[in-house]
Write a protein of this length. Structure first.
Length: 482
């Protein structure tokens, strides 16, 4: 295995020695639906239920007889954790009808018409492939400001506000411009490179901490008939879960901030070029599982748990989502991206972790106080522990793991956060500009490159054009890091 010190002695880093040959140009951009408009006004405001009396046990003033409708994305985390929390709502407001619980993977197609018609549900888990564009929702004033929830007393300790019980960065993620909180990210997701410790042990290997070691391990695995990497080829916007922190590690978090801010030439930064060329090398050397560009996220995870590939870029929901196919001795783990070389701006261990599973209360909800109260219940220690036990993921509640036996995947996530310390990055493109992130950067840019249909230079040029167009598009609201 090559070492960074060896490169240093030669006076060359990986940026200098990686060479690329030309590949085919980009194919046309596939079209995917996204929430282009939620144009309803306040037509349904007269349908709101009357607010209830504010008391110590009902700090948000929930109407005790009003119905509540909750829509949950039925994906990696399932829906049982939400059903359990809804039972607590039913117990607290026994005069109200039982919570109407709806689970779906078709969030946008089912709910966009209801937003447009002014009849949205009271609480929505806005997640999955059909996630509604939250930048659009915020820009068109379709969401309720959750500040009253943040300032309400917590379930466990009324002397503490809900905002004071959250993990670092969660509240800020729900803010777009200024102080209002539009989104409550319920899960706390660790993104990175996922692997099986058992698979590495079979190769007598450790997780590679630099790119030379990564390539050497992939070469070793290939000789044993195992691919180095696979990913959700049909949804290649999963690749940034490890690629973005890799870029930040190489060039510093300011590179990611410039990308988020849609600044001119942000994608032409040398750190982006170096990261793209490194990932493209995985394709060029044949270290990507054959057929990966045609795989869904579930299919790629299944191939991975079958031992056909070592590494998978993903988020911490993958443990629960891949559970049906994961062998008992798999020893699922997550790690931060490998270093590129010794000149990286941030240390090994730099990782992307942030709030996930975004919950929203529509501005036109009939029972907005009920929607916020349901979230307050979910942010209790009991509900948080239940979530963690069921879905093997941390929640936004800062705690909730005491007394729990953590799986190898969860423990590695906790250990990764501890190792990262302050070196946690949080790219915002997937929150601010969903179409840009998924369709354009993910599918038409990175996806084409990793499938071998575009060189890194071609992908970067195309992505920069997409970003420039988004920056000039006056029909969308723009956001910047404060």
């Amino acid at each position: 295995m090559g070492s960074t010190s060896a490169h240093k002695n030669e006076g060359l880093g990986r940026r200098d020695v990686i060479k690329r040959s030309a590949a085919l140009g980009l194919i046309s951009v596939p079209t995917m639906g996204f929430l282009s408009a939620c144009a309803s006004g306040d037509s349904s405001s007269d349908k709101k239920v009357e607010k209830g009396k504010v008391t110590k046990t009902n700090p948000l003033g929930v109407n005790e007889t009003a119905p509540l409708e909750v829509v949950i994305f039925d994906g990696g985390f399932g829906q049982q954790y939400a059903i359990d929390a809804e039972k607590k709502y039913n117990a607290a407001f026994s005069k109200a009808p039982k919570v109407k619980h709806v689970a779906t993977q078709k969030i946008q197609s089912q709910l966009q018409p209801r937003f447009n018609g002014g009849t949205p549900p009271d609480l929505i888990d806005n997640s999955g492939a059909e996630q509604m564009d939250m930048g659009v929702l915020v820009g068109k004033k379709q969401l309720l400001d959750l500040t009253p929830l943040m300032d309400a007393p917590s379930i466990d300790d009324p002397s503490k506000k809900v905002r004071d019980t959250l993990r670092p960065g969660v509240l800020e993620m729900g803010q777009f411009d200024g102080d209002p909180v539009w989104i409550m990210y319920y899960a706390y997701t660790v993104y990175g490179v996922w692997y099986s410790q058992t698979a590495l042990e079979k190769l007598d290997a450790e997780y590679p901490e630099d790119w030379d070691a990564m390539l050497a391990l992939c070469a070793k695995a290939k000789k044993q008939g195992v691919a180095g990497w696979t990913y959700a080829g049909k949804y290649p916007y999963y690749l940034p879960f490890s690629l973005y922190p890799f870029i930040g590690k190489i060039g510093g978090r300011e590179v990611l901030d410039k990308i988020d801010n849609l600044e001119p030439n942000a994608w032409k930064d040398p750190a982006v070029k170096a990261a793209f060329e490194a990932y493209y090398e995985l394709y060029k050397k044949g270290y990507i599982l054959k057929g990966t560009p045609g795989l869904t996220h579930i299919q790629s995870q299944t191939e991975w748990t079958k031992g056909k590939a070592l590494f998978l870029p993903n988020g911490s929901w993958v443990e629960n989502e891949a559970a049906p196919t994961t062998p008992k001795d798999f020893k699922m783990m997550v790690a931060a991206p490998s270093s590129l070389d010794s000149s990286d701006k941030m240390p090994f261990g730099t990782i992307w972790a942030s709030g996930g599973e975004p919950f929203i209360v529509p501005a036109n909800a009939k029972n907005p106080q009920g929607g916020m109260e349901q979230l307050r219940i979910m942010l209790s220690e009991e509900s948080s522990k239940n979530f963690t036990k069921q879905v093997k993921s941390l929640s936004a509640f800062n705690g909730g793991t005491d007394g729990l036996t953590l799986s190898t995947a969860m423990q590695s996530g906790v250990d990764s956060l501890k190792k990262a310390g302050d070196n946690v990055v949080n790219p915002r493109l997937q929150d601010w500009y969903v179409k840009l992130q998924k369709e354009q950067i993910g599918v038409a840019g990175i996806g084409e490159m990793m499938a071998g249909r575009a060189t890194p230079a071609e992908a970067i040029k195309k992505i920069q054009a997409f970003a420039d167009a988004a920056a000039k598009d006056q029909s969308i609201k723009h956001y910047k890091h404060q």
